[in-house]
Design a protein around this ligand. Structure first.
Ligand code: NDP
Ligand code: 2IT
Length: 449
């Protein structure tokens, strides 16, 4: 298997994050590959790591001063064996092809774990929405969709939201699609409630993370009741993770954005969380403004010179990294453990570095990987697709009930698979092997394509 990764490194040397993800997955699914030698003869792994197709395109747009800007658009259609490609868009200046290949690869297994009929894809742009006017974001989205529209469709590829792509961006993207094609088709999820969106999609990733954390704790007869929690980020995932933690009786001590974190010993309660939502979603403000309103809290600015993130140095029972990749490194993991953390539940995609993950797995900490814990977002996107096909809207209670059932089912698969492979309690082994097996079985069923 090291040959496969070496070959990948030679072919695409600049995509280190993707190589890392492939090497990591292969290390966890080795028992399956060893038990099923036929997989090697069918080059299943080699086929899995080669995307079905990749689109890269120019996105020219005009800024408010009349200057033309040029960004790059991407869509990686990774594996369509389980259904139409499904996965979010990300608009972030650091995004590159390697990022999208990594995210699309992980999405394949995340989606498989939901057991809903969705393949895996991911895309977006190196466009930075921060600091842009609504008009600039609209013009960018229209140009992005001018190319993407010809490649997506309800049975082909259905992108959703993600980092930097919220309700506003999905609205502009959908409007552009409709104008260009003349179709009010179900080609994007996370749409507005009045025009094809699903109840609870906005909240679903965070709510699902809360449900998953509760399931993990329940295996030991515990719950989130009274648990102190650190949540990073203050975007869609962080907001709704915090909201569910509060509903389930936990206490949220910290939240952050890319400029730093706030710490509130008294707890970020529902009213304070509503303030953060208004600040981030409507005002598009910075997290330090929280301490202007709530003087009992403190703000600590990001210091890139540090070898650790001070957010993870506060004593707490649970950590929910919900912002970005690699935001918990080995030092942060050691700090969390030293301060008595009992559960680390990943809300963002790959927020813990491989070294941090190894430290958690070697400790008594319960570690819930993103592939399992944050699948609620894409699951409700699939439920949005189902409702669109029926021309029906389910109630919030109906969708939330289904979301809860999906998260319970993902949890059960992780536990049962980890048990079956002699690694009881290892959610990473459970999630990776269960997702991988579902995809591989379907690939075998469908023949050499
Ligand atoms: P948002 O854009 O809504 O929010 C992202 C948050 O993370 C913001 O608070 C942002 O701060 C912060 N952030 C971004 N980069 C960094 C960084 N380098 N260091 C510290 N903070 C940072 O995105 P989402 O909440 O939607 O996504 C968060 C994560 O969850 C991503 O990994 C995404 O892929 C994943 N995810 C999202 C799903 C969804 O349904 N939205 C589903 C499953 C996974 P600032 O405001 O300063 O930019
Ligand atoms: O990482 C993810 O699962 C998402 N960004 C959500 C994808 C979607 O299509 O709703």
């Amino acid at each position: 298997m090291t040959d496969i990764v070496k070959e990948l490194e030679k072919k695409d040397p600049q995509e280190q994050e993707f190589h890392q993800a492939v090497a990591h997955l292969l290390s966890w699914v080795r028992p399956v590959l060893d038990n099923r030698p036929g997989l090697a003869r069918q080059a299943i792994v080699e086929r899995l790591i080669e995307p079905d197709r990749i689109l890269i395109f120019r996105v020219p747009w005009m800024d408010d001063s009349g200057q033309v800007q040029v960004n790059r658009g991407f869509r990686v259609e990774m594996n369509g064996v389980l259904g139409p490609y499904k996965g979010g868009l990300r608009f972030h200046p650091s995004a590159s092809l390697g990022t999208f290949k990594l995210l699309a690869f992980e999405q394949v297994f995340k989606n498989a774990l939901t057991t809903l009929p969705i393949g895996g894809g991911r895309g977006g742009s190196d466009f930075e929405p921060k600091g842009k006017s609504d008009d600039e974001v609209m013009r960018f989205c229209q140009s992005f969709m001018a190319e993407l529209a010809r490649h997506i469709g309800p049975d082909i590829d259905v992108p959703g939201g993600g980092m930097g792509v919220g309700v506003r961006e999905i609205g502009y993207l959908f409007g552009a699609y409709r104008k260009q094609t003349g179709k009010h088709a179900a080609v994007l999820t996370g749409r507005g409630l009045g025009w094809g969106g699903s109840a609870v999609r906005l909240q679903s990733t965070g709510y699902g993370i809360g449900y998953f954390a509760a399931e993990v704790l329940a295996t030991e007869g515990r719950s989130l009741e009274g648990m102190t929690c650190l949540v990073s980020g203050s975007g869609n995932v962080a907001q709704h993770t915090a909201e569910k933690i509060l509903e389930l009786g936990g206490k949220v001590l910290a939240m952050s954005d890319s400029t730093g974190h706030i710490f509130d010993e008294e707890g970020i309660d529902a009213a304070k969380l509503a303030f953060i939502k208004r600040l981030k979603n409507l005002k598009r403000g910075r997290i330090h403004e929280y301490v202007d309103k709530y003087s009992e809290a403190t703000f600590m600015e990001v210091n890139r010179g540090l070898d650790h993130n001070p957010l993870w140095d506060h004593p707490a029972d649970c950590a929910f990294p919900c912002a970005a990749e690699n935001e918990i490194n080995a030092k942060d993991a050691a700090n969390l453990i030293r301060n008595g953390v009992q559960l680390v539940c990943e809300g963002a995609d790959m927020p813990c570095t491989p070294e941090a993950v190894d430290i958690f797995l070697d400790s008594d900490v319960r570690y819930a990987p993103c592939t399992a814990a944050n699948g609620g977002g894409v699951a409700v996107s699939a439920l949005e697709m189902a409702q669109n096909r029926m021309l029906l809207n389910w109630t919030a209670e109906e969708v939330d009930g289904r979301l809860r059932a999906v998260m319970k089912n993902i949890h059960r698969q992780c536990v049962e698979t980890a048990d079956e492979f002699g690694q009881a309690g290892n959610y990473l082994v459970g999630a990776n092997i269960a997702g991988f097996t579902r995809v591989v079985n379907a690939m075998q069923d469908q023949g050499l394509i």
